[in-house]
Structure formats: C-alpha cells, structure tokens
Write a protein that binds this ligand. Structure first.
Ligand code: GAP
Length: 486
C-alpha cells in the first residue's frame, strides 16, 4: 500500500515518527525528523512569501500558545468548539459519533445535531467498533486542553485551538502600530492543540499540530470589491458547490455573478489556488474548493469554502485549508468579553472591521506533498517535490575516494552550504548515492570527478529527468538559482 511505503521512507529517513516513541507514543502526536522539519519549514516559508506578498499591509506576528479563559469566552470556543461524542456502554471506549455514522451511511453528516446522531446510530444499528457493544447517547465534548496557570493554579487558561485568536486579541495594538489602515493582515504560523476524540488516519487528525493562518481585517462595505479583481476575473477555479457532487470549473467572474459572493472573497480564492497549482505544483485535477453550507460551516463563518487536495493514501479529496468569512464574530465577541473598544474610526466612519481568514493546516499540507509527489519507478523510490521545497536542494559527491576528488568535493560543499540546503555524501557507489537522494526528493546532485580537477567542471544530475550535464564550477550556484526560481 502506498501509505505504508511512504511511512516506511518517512520513518527510515527522518521525515516524521510517533512522538514519545520509546514510551509507546500517544495517538495524535507526531515528531518531525531533520528532513521533515526542513520540508515543513520550506512549505511555511513558501506560504509566507506568497500570502504576505499579497498586500504591503499583511504582516506576520508571533503570539502565545496559552491564553486565558476570557479569550475563549469572547471567541465562543468555550461554548461551541465541540465534537459529538458517544461511548460504548460495555468497554467505555469513546468515539466521534459523526465519524461512525458517516462511515456507516457513506454520506456527510457534519450538520446533524447530537440527538439526530443518536437516532442515526440506532437506525443504522451501529455498534462499538472495538467490542460490538451498544453505543450510548451522543453528547458534545469540548476539544480544548485546559491548563492551570501559576503555582496556586488560580487562573484557568487553554492551549490555543487555532492561531487566529492571537491575531484578534492583538488587533487593537497592531492596528495602531501599523497606522490605522485597512485592509490589514495579521498572520501567525505556529502550534495549536485540540483534544480530538479519535485521532485516526495516521498523520491526518492530530492533537498537536501547526497552522498557518492569515486574518485579513477589512471594511465590510468593501466586501463586494477588490482593487485587483480584474487580474483574476478570468481565472478558472475548480469548485464543488454546496449540495452538488460535481466538481465544476468556474471563472472568478462567474462565481461572483452566479453566487453573489463578494469579489474580496473570490479574489483570495484565486490567490489560494495559485499557491497550490503554481508554488506547490499540485496537479490541477488533484485540487478543488468545497463549499460548506448549513451547520457544516464552522460556528464563526458566514461563507466557508474548504481547500482540498486529493490524497491517494487517504482515499479521496481531503481538507488542507479553508477560506472563512468570519464577519465581526471575533472582534465583536472580544469587544464584549474584554470590555475594550475594538471599533475603528477611518475618516470619521466608525465600525468593527470584518475578517476574512485564510487558514491552512501545515501538517496536512506536509502530508499532501508526501502523498502527491511520491513515486515508485521500478527500483527507484522518488519524491518529485518542487525543487524549492525539497528538504535537501543539492547533494555533493566525490566520484571516488581519491584525496584530490574528496578535497574538491568538500570545497564545493563548503562553498554551497551557506546558500543552499546542501548535503555531502561519499558512502557507496554513485548509483546508490543517487538512489538515496531520490528517496528524499533531492532535486540536484553534483558529482566531482577528474574533469573537476582538470577542467573545472562538475556533473549536475537532475532528479526528475535523470539527465546529467557538465557545468563549470564557477557557474554552479547561478545554475541552481536559475532552476530553483524559473
Ligand atoms: N482558524 C480556523 C480554523 O482553525 P479549522 O478548519 O478548524 O479552522 C484549519 O482548521 C485547518 O487546520 C484545517 O483546514 C486543517 O488543515 C487543519 N486541521 C484542523 N484540525 C486538524 C487536526 N486535528 N489535525 C491536523 N490538522 C488539522
């Protein structure tokens, strides 16, 4: 199975592995090894370059992982951030009720209430997947991890379940710091925590994970417009609309006209798709937006489309991100709970800004890269990662264990390593070294041979075409840069 093959490479080569492994691990917690950390960081940096580059007033901030209870009263998470839970009356094992009903019926049940889920469990005759015992009534379970702050434990806090809240509680100060301008974007890339009832599907549903989120604060009267909309009007988006099973291609202009969705929203959909198709190089047929409606939408959203990538290892299109029109839900809630004014005054017009959130799960995107770019080509295992995202960009090898070749290869590695993610490898035959680097997705290998010493050239081997060419030593860096930034 592809998932086992990828997991084998991931574990053996240092991409990911279960957390606290020597103690048996806990489901939903994973570590990143040295190559996984680089791949994740490269994804995060590509995300920063793309999304912070959309507007000069979009910036990244860093906020705390632990926040006091008041924040989550204001945001509504204490009341609403719940999953439906059912327990086996025989073995006490707990399950997400919506997962069990969805598996049994094959339809999406995200909008069912606990009572409706209880009825569906009875109607479908669903029993405990572990012991076949009877399942109890469905209740709501709050997914936040609570912590006691301070030695006396007098202050209750929570590990943040989304990075977004850091941007909302920092809005007042950052708006002043950035000189009272809208739209203003505040991005956070960092850890979040959710006490998922049944973290399953390996690396997909985690309890501690990473998000990259951009909160765009804007004047709600400007939702129908975007100054750059004409640049994306004819961009074709792949969309699955609420209530339909089909993926259709619609231009941004058609989506605005046929569905009445604001140009501000649709403009950002086009930029999100551009990130997936151009920067991440996800093949278009493996990408789509899925519209959520009714109770499927997160409690804070007015318009909600998920970003989905088809992953063979997970058996279909899976959510990797979302575009959320959160309105003034958060700033309004924090205004009430904190008793601080979060209204702005722009040219005499007073209002609470609305928020468009571009939200991405970093770990799910990481897995999407592993899934989409993995290939078994005969004897050769290869990750065809986009070169700029690969954990190692260039590997340097001396052809033979001869002192003059080793010295020249080490000198080349020393020259390249401050500027590129580089590796130096002198173990085994050249063929084996190529295979080792194909297996972790290294796009370029440089072999130092006698021509290097005599003529000043090195052999550049391309991972995807496996073509080899001689490149002058003093143009190697420029050649790599040209290929990384075509
Ligand atoms: N701030 C909005 C928000 O948190 P979300 O849909 O709950 O929205 C955003 O989460 C993204 O985080 C999802 O699209 C998904 O990629 C990722 N995500 C959510 N729950 C996750 C989990 N348990 N494990 C890994 N990633 C998760």
């Amino acid at each position: 199975m592809k998932v086992d093959d990828i997991m084998d490479v991931a574990l053996r080569r240092g991409f990911i592995f279960p957390a606290s492994e020597i103690y048996g691990g806990v489901s939903g917690f994973w570590e990143y090894g040295h190559l996984g950390t680089k791949l994740r960081q490269n994804w995060e940096n590509a995300w920063r370059r793309h999304f912070l580059g959309l507007d000069p007033n979009y910036h990244e901030i860093t906020t705390t992982n632990i926040m006091p209870k008041g924040v989550f009263e204001g945001s509504g998470h204490l009341e609403n951030f719940n999953d439906p839970l059912t327990s086996c009356t025989k073995c006490n094992q707990r399950f997400r009720a919506d997962d069990l009903v969805q598996e049994a019926t094959g339809r999406s049940v995200e909008d069912l209430t606990p009572l409706e889920l209880s009825e569906a469990i009875r109607a479908e005759g669903i029993t405990c997947p572990k012991c076949k015992g009877e399942l109890g009534e469905v209740n709501l379970f709050n997914m936040m991890f609570q912590v006691n702050i301070g030695a006396a434990g007098g202050l209750t806090g929570y590990l943040r379940p989304e990075t977004a809240q850091g941007s909302f509680v920092s809005f007042k100060r950052m708006f002043e710091v950035l000189r009272n301008k809208l739209p203003m974007g505040l991005a956070i890339v960092g850890r979040v925590y959710r006490n998922e009832i049944s973290p399953r599907q390996g690396f997909f549903r985690l309890r501690e994970f990473n998000q990259a989120e951009l909160q765009i604060f804007f004047d709600p009267d400007a939702f129908e417009e975007h100054p750059d909309f004409e640049t994306v009007r004819d961009t074709v988006l792949r969309v699955k609309q609420f209530g339909s099973d089909d993926i259709v291609s619609l231009t941004c202009g058609e989506l605005v006209e046929s569905r009445g969705i604001g140009k501000f929203y649709v403009y950002h959909m086009a930029r999100v798709q551009e990130f997936y198709l151009t920067t991440l190089r996800i093949p278009p047929e493996l990408f789509r937006f899925r519209e959520l409606g009714g109770k499927e939408k997160a409690f804070y959203n007015k318009v909600h489309w998920d970003v989905e990538v088809y992953m063979e290892t997970l058996g279909g299109f899976k959510e990797v991100g979302g575009i959320h029109y959160r309105t003034d839900h958060d700033l309004g809630g924090h205004e009430k709970a904190s008793k601080q004014r979060l209204q702005v005054n722009i040219d005499g017009k007073k209002f609470v800004p609305h928020v468009l959130e571009l939200s991405f799960g970093v770990d799910r995107n990481f897995w999407a890269l592993m899934d989409v770019f993995y290939e078994q080509e005969g004897e050769r295992t290869v990750f065809h990662f986009p070169p700029a995202l690969a954990p190692v960009t260039v590997a340097v090898f001396p052809l033979l264990n001869k002192p003059e070749l080793i010295a020249a290869a080490e000198a080349l590695y020393t020259r390249l390593s401050p500027h590129f993610s580089a590796d130096y490898d002198r173990g085994g035959s050249i063929g084996r070294r190529y295979r080792r680097h194909d297996e972790v997705g290294t796009p370029y290998c440089l072999t130092v041979d006698f021509d290097t010493v005599e003529k000043g050239t090195v052999t550049l081997r391309d991972r995807d075409s496996m073509a080899q060419e001689a490149v002058a030593l003093d143009t190697v860096a420029a050649t790599l840069i040209a290929r990384l930034c075509p």
